[in-house]
Design a protein around this ligand. Structure first.
Ligand code: 4NP
Length: 159
């Protein structure tokens, strides 16, 4: 059996979007019986919240959908940790730019929303940090809409 794929979800602060992405995709992988094929984690490109919990609004949104984010602790992705991961999933274009600047190879990096089946060309999960609770529910829906396709894509890439 091949080694598990190490997948890192990345946003700015690692307290709102990427922790939700991590727990949603992990939950989907468990439902499909394929979670043993992956190691999932999340990180921020910024260091402001390192060691702290997820934003309470993300914790609440997750809880409303039966997911427990209470144990999350924020971490930062930096250039010296790039080799710890096989795949990087950016929440928005700024995250993508920052990851490329750290030396993440372009062929190991994709956008969380690139799998949506509608014709939307908006590939960002908008940052809900400065908005209201709606933004978190919207982010949750966008993440769910892409989770299954993302897992299929990763399984196809496994070499
Ligand atoms: P996230 O949201 O990148 O989805 O975790 C943010 C969290 C904190 C900040 C910005 C975005 N901040 O500026 O502290």
């Amino acid at each position: 059996m091949s080694k598990p794929m190490r997948v890192l979800f990345v946003c700015l602060g690692n307290i709102c979007r990427s922790p939700l992405a991590e727990i949603i995709v992990h939950g989907q992988a468990e439902k499909k019986g394929i979670s043993h094929q992956f190691i999932f984690a999340s990180a921020g490109t910024g260091d402001w919240h390192v060691g702290g919990p997820a934003d309470v609004r993300s914790v609440q949104t997750a809880a409303q959908h039966g997911l427990d984010l209470s144990q999350h602790r924020a971490q930062q992705i930096t250039a010296n940790k790039v080799n710890d991961w096989d795949w990087f999933v950016a929440m928005d274009d700024d995250n993508r730019t920052n990851l490329l600047a750290m030396g993440v190879p372009e062929n190991r990096l994709f956008m969380m929303r690139q799998f949506e089946t509608d014709s939307s060309t908006i590939l960002d999960v908008p940052d809900p940090y400065y908005g209201g609770a709606d933004g978190f529910e919207d982010a949750y829906a966008m993440l769910c809409n892409n989770a299954d396709y993302m897992l299929d894509y990763l399984l196809q890439q496994n070499d």
